[in-house]
Design a binder for this molecule. Structure first.
Ligand code: SF4
Ligand code: SF4
Length: 279
């Protein structure tokens, strides 16, 4: 993302819009600037702000006169008066920031936008987690912190070292050069993204071990980690195994989502695969 310095009038409206705190008004130039290293190419500034297309010279003059007269003018807080934001075509490895952070960009590996995974939200039509199994989503970077791929790799390497395998329909798995070591592509390791999800599953007997691994790695990386954990309910919709186990381990948890078995496949890539199987 770029801010056209010829157009920007330094009003500062865009500063609070950025979830990564990457935009600041440079006091030496009195223009808004983006810290490229902190920007995750999410597009919130470009799409989230209204634009007015006003003439920058005219706006600067009005602002100077208002300042001279000590006339306080409160513009609409979500408007870039001169449409100064410009979105450019990106190339790898920087492109990976946009793929993971911009909610309107689709992951080619899974056909899904955003973080690129349906997680276990579609478990009723795409049974990732079977009876006696536990599925985990390990989410990095939310809210408002972001994550670099080398931090994600710390987690995937440690999980792999303990013999844990990764969900195939997940964009992080697609970025691995070696799924048995959890190594990610070398060229993206320093890239920063808004958030990402690593997905794994194990037998229910390994829950304590997995949560301990995640906890230990989380202490060593500079981001936020959140764990979602799921299993299959019994015929009465109850979970008499995982719930008590989590309580025994001292976790306070709430049931966030329940799949009722009423879902249908809407992911075009999955639909194509099913059609091919049925031919
Ligand atoms: S809102 Fe637009 S004009 Fe105002 S500081 Fe940001 S980029 Fe510049
Ligand atoms: S693209 Fe996103 S991260 Fe980058 S400056 Fe805009 S709002 Fe901030």
């Amino acid at each position: 993302m770029k801010i056209n310095q010829q157009k920007c009038v330094g009003c500062g409206n865009c500063v609070p819009v950025c979830p990564m705190g990457a935009i600041y008004v440079d006091q030496s130039t009195t223009r808004a600037t983006i810290n490229d290293d902190a920007c995750v190419e999410c597009g919130a500034c470009f799409r989230g702000m209204s634009t007015e297309n006003l003439n920058p010279t005219m706006v600067r003059t009005v602002r100077k006169v208002a300042k001279f007269l000590r006339f306080r003018f409160e513009p609409e807080p979500d408007v870039c008066p001169t449409s100064a934001f410009e979105m450019h075509d990106l190339e790898m490895p920087r492109l990976i920031r946009q793929i993971f952070s911009d909610p309107v960009v689709e992951h080619k590996s899974t056909g899904i936008k955003g973080r690129g995974t349906e997680e276990v939200k579609t478990n009723d039509v795409n049974p990732r987690v079977g009876a006696g199994e536990v599925g985990y989503t390990i989410e990095f970077g939310r809210p408002g912190v972001g994550v670099r791929f080398f931090e994600i790799q710390n987690m995937t390497r440690e999980l792999a070292r303990n013999g844990i395998t990764f969900e195939k329909k997940n964009p992080i798995t697609h970025l691995m050069t070696n799924t048995s070591t959890g190594d990610l592509r070398e060229d993206i390791l320093q890239e920063k993204i808004l958030s990402a999800i690593v997905e794994i599953k194990t037998e229910i007997t390994r829950v304590e071990e997995v949560l301990r691994i995640v906890h230990d790695v989380n202490d060593k990386i500079d981001t936020v980690t959140a764990v979602g954990i799921s299993t299959r309910c019994d015929e009465n919709g109850e979970d008499k195994i995982l719930d008590p186990l989590l309580e025994e381990l001292g976790f306070v948890h709430v049931r966030a989502k329940t799949n009722m078995g009423l879902g249908r496949v809407t992911n075009q890539i999955e639909l194509k695969k099913i059609e091919e199987i049925n031919i």
